[in-house]
Design a protein around this ligand. Sequence first.
Ligand SMILES: [Fe+2]
Ligand SMILES: [Fe+2]
Length: 193
Amino acid sequence: MSIPRSLKIIRDEHASLAAMLQSMRMMVERGPGDSRKSFFDVVRAMLFYIDEFPERLHHPKESNLLFPKLIKHAPHVLGAIDRLERDHMYSEKAARELQHLLLSWELLGATRRPAFEKAFKQYVDFYLEHMNLEETVILPEAEQHLSEAEWRALDAAFAENEDPLTGQHAPSAEYEQLFSTIVARAPSPIGLG
Ligand SMILES: [Fe+2]
Ligand SMILES: [Fe+2]
């Protein structure tokens, strides 16, 4: 069987999210400098993107479709899946909390900066570790055990994501502005800024 399309989509979405996190980390380390408005606009746009794509489209499909199918074939990965499920529940809350901490820094000033920086660092480390566990344990096991019919169901579900950040899909009209803000002003590897 050739490599299932959904497996490739999951890996591409992980790669684009990792690039986004790296780019955000670079921005946060540099800080706002003289371009305060631009800094907050872009970091806010990036956090919002994470809320819109990975949190709403990527994680629920792993939790609802991929993990239950895999557990049936490979019960020994239950421990890893249990941890990943807890991560999914935590990360949605954490993304909202970060947006709030960023807003506090923007509206209340520099005394709120360390709280954002601390939470942001934890969030990036957490997320990279989460994706690494999926890539090293879950995806190889899934590739080994899932049937063609199961992959067809996953392929259909993940094909709907069309995450523009993977570079494979143009953003829909509603997301055009958001993505051009990110790409024009964020630093490499995600943007041109
Ligand atoms: Fe996940
Ligand atoms: Fe994932």
